[in-house]
Write a protein that binds this ligand. Structure first.
Ligand SMILES: [Mn+2]
Length: 337
C-alpha cells in the first residue's frame, strides 16, 4: 500500500502539502507531521492551505509552517512542485478551496491520503482507508513504513490529530490500532494531559458562554431521536465568536440519551449556511450531506449550502427525519457505505 508513495518521497525533492477548507486538527497535525518527516530527509516542503489556522488551533504550529495560500506569492512554488500531498480531503479540488483551483492545473504527481469515503479521481495515487479513525493514523503508518523516526514534534502533531478526530478516543472508528498508535506517540514524546488541556481547556469565556446558548437552544424532534440548533450571525456577533471557532458544537446534542442525530446549522456570510451532522452510528448521515453538496463520514458529515438559515435548517431537519424512519436518504442511498 505504501511503496508507491515511499518511492515518490525518495525520488522527488519539492513537495506541497494541502488540506480541506476549515481545517481541523487532523488536517493540520497530519500536515505538520508529514512536513517534519519530509524536511528530515532534506526535502523542500511548503504547506499551502486555503484557510488560515483558526485561533484556537494556533498552538499546534509554533514554528509557523502552515501558510495561507496567496496566488501571487505561491505561483512559483506550485509550478516547481513535483509532488502534491492532499491530506484528509477527498471528493475533489473544490474541497481544498482556493488553493485547490491553483493546484488542479499543476504538473506534479498528486497523492491523496485520507480516511473520508469520497471519490479520489483527482489524485494519481490514493491512500484511503475509511476504517482509519484519523488521517493521522495513515501518516503515522507512512512515516514508520518508510523507516522514519517519530520525533517529539511528529508525535505531538499526530496525537492531537487522533485525539480530536476520535472525539477523545470515543467515536465508532476508534480501534485497537488507534490506541496502539497513540501509545507509540506517547512513547515518542506526546504528553496526553498537556495536549488535552491545550485543545479543550483554553477556550475564551465567550465561546464557553456561546456553548451554554447552544445547549439552551437545542430543539428535539422525532421523539427525541434528533436535536438541532440554528445559529445566526447576530448571535455569533453578540457572543463575539467566529464560525471557525465552533469545533465540537455539532456534537453537543449527542450528550442526550436517545439522540441518534445532532444537527447544527450556522449562518455564514454571503447567504450561506454551514450544516454539520453527527450520528451515534446507528444511521449514516453522510448520504444526506452529499445530497446537500458536502460529504464526510457516516457519523460525522457536513455541507455548506446557499440559502436562508431557517429554510435550510427546516430542509435538513426534514431530511434527517426521513433518514431516521427509512434508514436511508431519499436520493442517494448508494453513497451510504
Ligand atoms: Mn480527519
Amino acid at each position: 500500500m505504501w511503496s508507491n508513495v515511499i518511492h515518490l518521497i525518495n525520488e522527488k525533492r519539492r513537495f506541497i502539502l494541502t488540506t480541506h477548507t476549515n481545517p481541523d486538527l487532523d488536517a493540520l497535525g497530519s500536515e505538520i507531521a508529514l512536513d517534519e518527516y519530509l524536511r528530515s530527509l532534506g526535502k523542500e516542503v511548503s504547506i499551502l492551505n486555503s484557510d488560515s489556522v483558526p485561533g484556537a488551533f494556533r498552538f499546534v504550529d509554533p514554528e509557523r509552517r502552515l501558510r495561507t495560500f496567496s496566488p501571487g506569492r505561491h505561483r512559483e512554488t506550485i509550478r516547481e512542485a513535483e509532488v502534491i500531498f492532499v491530506i484528509d480531503a477527498s471528493g475533489g479540488w473544490d474541497r481544498i478551496g482556493r488553493v485547490g483551483n491553483a493546484l488542479a492545473d499543476a504538473q506534479a504527481t498528486v497523492v491523496c491520503i485520507d480516511h473520508h469515503p469520497d471519490p479520489v479521481d483527482f489524485a494519481h495515487v490514493a491512500l484511503v482507508d475509511p476504517d482509519a479513525a484519523a488521517t493521522a493514523e495513515l501518516i503515522f503508518k507512512l512515516i514508520t513504513q518508510a523507516g522514519g523516526v517519530i520525533t517529539p514534534t511528529i508525535a505531538r502533531a499526530l496525537y492531537l490529530a487522533i485525539l480530536t478526530d476520535t472525539g477523545s478516543f470515543r467515536f465508532p472508528k476508534t480501534s485497537p490500532e488507534t490506541h496502539r498508535i497513540a501509545a507509540r506517540l506517547i512513547e515518542a514524546g506526546a504528553d496526553p494531559a498537556q495536549l488535552y488541556k491545550q485543545v479543550y481547556e483554553q477556550y475564551p469565556l465567550e465561546r464557553v458562554r456561546l456553548k451554554g446558548y447552544v445547549l439552551n437552544s437545542l430543539r428535539a424532534e422525532a421523539d427525541g431521536q434528533m436535536v438541532w440548533c440554528a445559529l445566526d450571525q447576530a448571535t455569533l456577533k453578540a457572543y463575539g465568536v467566529a464560525p471557525a471557532d465552533l469545533d465540537g458544537f455539532p456534537g453537543l446534542g449527542m450528550e442526550i440519551g436517545g439522540v441518534r442525530v445532532s444537527v447544527l446549522c450556522v449562518e455564514m456570510p454571503k447567504g450561506r449556511v454551514k450544516v454539520s451532522l453527527r450520528s451515534d452510528g446507528s444511521v449514516a448521515i453522510n448520504g444526506l450531506a452529499t445530497e446537500l453538496g458536502g460529504g464526510g463520514h457516516p457519523s460525522a458529515a457536513g455541507a455548506t449550502v446557499e440559502g436562508d438559515l431557517a429554510q435550510v435548517t427546516a430542509q435538513v431537519v426534514a431530511g434527517v427525519k426521513v433518514l431516521l424512519t427509512t434508514g436511508q436518504s431519499r436520493r442517494c442511498p448508494a453513497t451510504v457505505p
